[in-house]
Write a protein that binds this ligand. Structure first.
Ligand code: ATP
Ligand code: MG
Length: 221
C-alpha cells in the first residue's frame, strides 16, 4: 500500500524523538502546525501541503512504514532490532535519542561469578530479540521474561536476576539499587523509509533525505 504520490507521511513518536526531530525538519523547511504534546491530534498537518505527520507509539513506527501507511519514520535501533526491519530501507543514522542497551543486576548480585559458573539466569526485558542474541553469543543460558515497562523492578521483587534495558544517565538504575554489568550496544534513532515509496515518491523523498543527511553532517548518497 503506497498512498497517492503527491504527498508524504512521516511517522514519529511523541517525546524525545519528536523533540529531537523538530530541528531536522526545520532544516528541510518543514514546520508542524500543531504540537502533539498539547494537541490530541494524531494526524498533524505541516506548513507544506505535501507533508503530513502521524503520531504513533515508538514501537509501532516500523510497522506503519513497513506497510506503507507512512512513507518514512524515525525509530530507535532498539525498536528496529525487535521489529526485524522487513520492508524498510534504513538510509541514515540520525544520531538522536542516544542511549545504551545494557544488562543490569541488583548491586548485591554477583553476576560475574553466576556467568562463570554457567548458572541459568532469568532475564526480564522488553527486548527479547536483542537479549536472546546477546546471551546466545556469550553462551549464557537464560530464561527470557517479556515485560512491557519498568524492567528495573523485576530484580527487586525476585522476578529475574537480570534485566536488559536502555540506560542513559544511569540514575534510574542507581535509584533502584541496580548496577550495569554489560553494554550490549549503543543506541540511536534511524530514518526508515518504505521501500516501495522510495521508488514511487523519490521526487518528494530524496530532497528530505538530503536535508536530513546534511543536518547530521553526512554526505548524501
Ligand atoms: P513508551 O515510553 O511510550 O512506552 P518507548 O519507551 O518505546 O515507549 P520513548 O521513551 O519515547 O518510547 O523512547 C523512544 C526511543 O528513544 C526508544 O526506542 C530509544 O531508542 C530511545 N530512548 C529510550 N530511552 C532513552 C533514554 N533514556 N535516553 C535516550 N534515548 C532513549
Ligand atoms: Mg520510554
Amino acid at each position: 500500500m503506497v498512498s497517492d504520490t503527491t504527498t508524504i507521511t512521516l511517522a514519529l513518536s511523541k517525546g524525545r524523538i519528536y523533540d529531537e526531530t523538530l530541528p531536522l525538519l526545520e532544516t528541510a523547511g518543514i514546520q508542524p502546525l500543531d504540537d502533539p504534546e498539547t494537541s490530541r491530534k494524531l494526524l498533524i498537518a505541516t506548513n507544506r501541503a505535501d507533508v503530513k505527520i502521524i503520531i504513533v507509539r515508538a514501537s509501532d513506527v516500523p510497522t506503519y512504514v513497513q506497510y506503507g501507511a507512512a512513507d518514512l519514520g524515525i525509530a530507535g535501533k532498539d525498536v528496529l532490532l525487535e521489529h526485524g526491519g522487513e520492508g524498510l530501507y534504513q538510509p541514515l543514522d540520525l544520531e538522536i535519542a542516544r542511549c545504551r542497551m545494557m544488562v543490569a543486576v541488583e548491586n548485591e548480585f554477583d553476576y560475574e561469578s553466576a556467568v562463570r559458573q554457567g548458572a541459568r539466569l532469568r532475564v526480564a526485558t522488553k527486548y527479547l530479540n536483542t537479549a536472546r542474541a546477546h546471551f546466545g553469543s556469550k553462551g549464557v543460558h537464560v530464561d527470557l521474561i517479556k515485560l512491557y515497562g519498568s524492567m528495573e523492578l523485576a530484580p527487586l521483587v525476585g522476578l529475574a536476576e537480570a534485566i536488559v534495558d536502555l540506560v542513559s544517565s544511569g540514575n534510574t538504575l542507581k535509584a533502584n539499587n541496580l548496577r550495569a554489568v554489560e553494554e550490549i550496544m549503543p543506541i540511536s534513532s534511524r530514518l526508515i523509509v518504505n521501500q516501495a515509496a522510495l521508488k514511487l515518491k523519490r521526487h518528494l523523498l530524496q530532497p528530505m533525505l538530503d536535508s536530513f543527511s546534511e543536518a547530521v553532517g553526512k554526505v548524501s548518497r
